[in-house]
Design a protein around this ligand. Structure first.
Ligand code: NAD
Length: 466
């Protein structure tokens, strides 16, 4: 059992002003593994004041200095990587390989961003105009629980590289992972106030950050519901806002696909991180003419999955119940359970495990086809031709991600180019932290990663001189 009772403010660990607590249970076993004290608005204000005071000096550091500090954070994370991965598995139930991957990449963000620290990133000319890019100010970074270190580090690396100081509010469901990150930030010993972390609820700590006149930028990853609220709250002080929100991504299986491979791919995309991924391909679109083949492959594929290995628990008992509600809703609305269904898989009753569930006989207007479930619940929808596949793919409020699978690359690319989503993958599931990532429509706005991610923390000033 671990206790987290301090925040990281102005370069050191400080006791929390807020005194509420939250218990953390291992989602796989239900065991109580930690208790965290939750900060409040006073803690947030202390962190914002520290970040504000640190901004003038940090924003004028040389690119070389910034590079050295970023590398120190990467080195500190490397030293603690095993602890971080173990905690990502224990605290939110990520599969070990996935935890290793995302936490490794969390560290890599601090290395990759150093390549962008070139003079041309911050200055260009256009005739008589000199265009300089200056750090926007204090950045408030708000993250979700599904891969918390990855989000914290991705945002922090870009913000610090741009010359911003930061106030981080990790998900209150991830305090044990956040504790390790705070220890790494302490070890890296950046100037006091450059990095501040406050653990606490969104409604108090998050809200104090999004409303503060001393915070100029918000980068938020989380649900569309909270993203709307944050955008609203940030308007009064005209903050620059990046919103990475929910998704309901389609996987379009084209009619020339090798069905067995295509379904393996679609299940991989749909059940990644047990569906607790914003980019999960939770709607599988298959050609009507090959529906029977697809059904057989899906049933076999899902039945072969190893619970506790490829399928992990939901992050909390509350989230388990929410996912069960969607399975019931799908049945009520007339969809057919091809595999899975309500309840826990046999032998896994102690944890928050959901049976991987695939619905057929789904129409795109059903709740399970429209709303983000964030669990291992997939919908199979049939289409007649490519035009209809694209229309169904785009007929959701979200636009974060999509997948296309087919043999004819040219045709697959044409289909991909018609999908209203910020990222589309053809015949592959890759992660590229150097190309822009972000959503269309209700999946948010702004882009993260690479130069686009860095630019989100910069303001543009044009100076004319003869
Ligand atoms: P959430 O929206 O409930 O919470 C996200 C963060 O916002 C948490 O830190 C929370 O404390 C904070 N928050 C809540 N209310 C707030 C308020 N009023 N003001 C400021 N902050 C507030 O999301 P979650 O349940 O933690 O994560 C799951 C969601 O995140 C899913 O919808 C998923 O699709 C989305 N997500 C999106 C991406 C992406 O890159 N687009 C990536 C991962 C997760």
């Amino acid at each position: 059992m671990q206790f987290v009772s301090q925040h990281f403010i102005n370069g050191r660990f400080v006791d929390s002003h807020g005194q509420d607590t939250i218990d953390i249970h291992n989602p796989a076993t239900g065991e109580l593994i930690g208790r965290s004290t939750l900060g409040d608005a006073v803690d947030a204000e202390r962190a914002i004041a520290a970040a504000k005071a640190a901004f003038p000096a940090w924003s004028t550091t040389s690119l070389d200095e910034r590079r050295q500090y970023l590398q120190r954070i990467a080195d500190a994370l490397t030293e603690r990587m095993d602890d971080l991965v173990a905690m990502t598995v224990a605290e939110y139930g990520a599969p070990a390989f996935f935890a290793g991957y995302i936490d490794g990449q969390a560290r890599d963000f601090f290395v990759l961003v150093q390549d962008l620290l070139k003079p041309e990133t911050f200055e260009e000319t256009n005739g008589n105009a000199t265009i300089t890019k200056v750090p926007v100010g204090v950045a408030g970074l708000l993250t979700p629980w599904n891969g918390n270190p990855w989000f914290v580090c991705g945002k922090t690396a870009s913000a610090l590289a741009a010359g911003c100081t930061v106030v981080i509010k990790p998900s209150e469901l991830s305090p044990l992972e956040a504790q390790i990150l705070m220890e790494c930030f302490e070890k890296a010993a950046l100037p006091p106030g450059v990095i501040n972390v406050v653990i606490g609820p969104g409604a108090t700590v998050g809200n104090a950050i999004t409303r503060s006149p001393d915070v100029q930028k918000i980068s938020f990853t989380g649900s569309t519901r909270i993203g709307k609220q944050i955008n609203h709250d940030a308007t009064e002080t005209m903050k620059r806002v990046t919103l990475e929100l929910g998704g309901k991504s389609p996987t379009i299986v084209l009619d020339d696909a090798d069905m067995e491979h295509a379904i393996g791919f679609a299940l991989g995309a749909g059940l990644m991180n047990t569906g607790q991924a914003c980019i999960a391909g939770t709607r599988i679109l298959v050609p009507e003419s090959r529906f029977d083949e697809a059904k057989t492959a899906i049933k076999a594929g899902v039945e072969a999955l190893k619970i506790g290995d490829q399928i992990q628990p939901m992050v909390s008992a509350g989230h388990y119940e929410r996912v069960q509600g969607y399975i019931r809703k799908g049945i009520e609305e007339g969809a057919e359970v091809l595999v899975g269904g309500e309840g826990k898989p046999a032998g896994f009753e102690a944890g928050n495990y959901v049976k991987p569930t695939v619905f057929t006989n789904v129409t795109n207007d059903m709740t399970i086809a429209q709303e983000e479930i964030f669990g291992p619940v997939l919908s199979v929808i049939t289409y007649r031709d490519d035009d209809e596949a694209v229309a169904i793919a785009n007929d959701v409020e979200y636009g974060l991600h999509a997948y296309v699978y087919g043999q004819d690359q040219e045709r697959a690319r044409k289909v991909a180019n018609r999908i209203l989503a910020g990222r589309v993958m053809i015949n592959q599931i890759v992660d590229d932290p150097t190309s822009p990532f972000g959503g269309f429509k209700m999946s948010g706005f702004g882009r993260e990663f690479g130069i686009h991610g860095l630019q989100a923390y910069l303001e543009t000033r044009t100076v004319y001189a003869s």
